[in-house]
Design a protein around this ligand. Structure first.
Ligand SMILES: C[S@@+](CC[C@H](N)C(=O)[O-])C[C@H]1O[C@@H](n2cnc3c(N)ncnc32)[C@H](O)[C@@H]1O
Length: 269
């Protein structure tokens, strides 16, 4: 949600929760690397902003171990229920999930505040960061991870993939969200008074995962794509889109160059 009036654009129906988990599997190594570089360590108390299905919280929980603690916060009960179930399945008793708006939620002191693909949905990202810096212990770490969606492509190039990626990028833009926010994280964290390090990690995925992922995000964005006049339902033809993308990718054995995951982190001095 970017303002108090605008609803979160991707929703939380079953396909969207599946999409989040699928995306998270592809982002897991990059996410673990960024959290490690940022300095997450055993024993820390960590807050995960906009936790969704809980993937970043669960990765953080593995890092901080039983002596640490993780709290994931999200607005959506359905996502939180899934995140709780997954934490229980993995026996992660150190991980809890709470309903709250990241723009105002607070819950005590943390050694690290992390958030992946959440600042994109916050109209005033520096204000959200500043709010959570107040809860960071001295020497605490702030970690942001966002996409550079503009970097995504099929290799070799495929016209249908290029078109679908353009629908995605343009829908976010017209919806008031920055699809290249990852590239600007240094600026965003500096506005919040931090002196960050920044690194983009590039994930490459198979034709099947690439097709599923691209069709999934276009499907989740379809209401915004139509509302903002990016494309019509007939042009997109959601029912056949996944099959068409996958067939086109298989034909030339293409890989998907995923949106770059950019991590930026800073330690409070
Ligand atoms: C794209 S998902 C990312 C989920 C997770 N961080 C990940 O990377 O897998 C964004 C999540 O942020 C949540 N969200 C958006 N605006 C929020 C807000 N103002 N407060 C709390 N959660 C928010 C949404 O409900 C959604 O679950």
């Amino acid at each position: 949600m970017t303002t108090s009036k605008r609803a979160y654009v991707l929703g939380h129906d079953d396909p969207e929760l599946d999409r989040l988990e699928h995306q998270a599997r592809m982002l897991a190594p990059a996410t673990g690397a960024i959290l490690g570089l940022a300095g997450l360590r055993p024993g820390m108390r960590v807050l995960d902003l906009g936790t969704g299905a809980g993937d970043v919280a669960l990765t953080a929980a593995e890092i901080v171990g039983e002596s640490g603690q993780v709290v994931g916060v999200d607005l959506e009960d359905r996502a939180l229920a899934l995140a709780r179930r997954r934490a229980a399945e993995r026996g992660l008793g150190n991980t809890t999930f709470e309903r709250g708006d990241v723009r105002e939620w607070s819950g005590g002191r943390f050694d690290a505040v992390v958030g992946r693909l959440i600042l994109l949905y916050c109209a005033d990202a520096p204000a959200v960061i500043e709010h959570h810096l107040r809860a960071l212990a001295p020497g605490g770490i702030y970690v942001a991870m966002e996409y550079d969606m503009v970097a995504a492509r099929a290799e070799p190039a495929i016209p249908l993939v290029g078109t679908a990626l353009a629908w995605m990028v343009e829908a976010f833009r017209r919806g008031g969200m920055d699809p290249a926010l990852g590239t600007r994280l240094d600026r965003v964290l500096r506005k919040a008074g931090l002196d960050p390090e920044i690194l983009g990690l590039q994930v490459y995925v198979s034709p099947e995962d690439g097709a599923r992922s691209l069709a999934g995000i276009v499907s989740a964005l379809m209401p915004l794509i139509e509302k903002t006049g990016v494309a019509s339902a007939a042009e997109v033809d959601l029912d056949t889109l996944p099959g068409r993308i996958e067939a086109a990718m298989r034909e030339v054995d293409a890989v998907t160059v995923f949106p770059t995951l950019v991590g930026a982190w800073a330690r409070l001095t």
